[in-house]
Design a protein around this ligand. Sequence first.
Ligand code: PNS
Length: 162
Amino acid sequence: MKSVAICPGSFDPITVGHLDIISRSAKMFDKVIVVVLINSRKAGGMFSPEERVDFIKRSTAHIPNVEVDFYDGLLADYAVKKGAVAIVKGLRVLSDYEDEFKQALTNKKLAENVETVFLVTNTEYMFLSSSVVKEVGNFGGDISDFVPPEIKQDIIDRIGER
Ligand code: PNS
């Protein structure tokens, strides 16, 4: 049986840090599904779910065993539906840990056969998040090193429209 892993997130937008975790996951599992989910603690957002999916598709087009999806429900339910063995998350700094630990325990309670696997961030992406991209972009800073080149202009355009 082929191993399926889920890389979940809100991806508003995908960063090169996310892409690093997705690429590394794709070497560990036969198939990786990157799924855009709703984080109820992050209201609004700069991009629609459809735009986020499109950005991820364009940024991962070179990785053959990656699929991209949107799901408006529980991550645990989605993982079971897709027959996943693992949920892969990136850990950057210690402050990520408490929340990720709670999410992993909740997901384990809801789907006992799906393991959460944490990949430690590449040191060059320790500071990076979608919020940093939006903050730097909103103030006119250079986001070239923060996002995949395929989507950089879309982000700059959206900031310009606001
Ligand atoms: O990129 P994020 O915002 O840190 O990702 C968090 C996300 C979207 C994976 C999380 O909020 C999530 O799993 N949302 C779907 C709803 C769900 O399953 N909630 C229970 C997990 S505690």
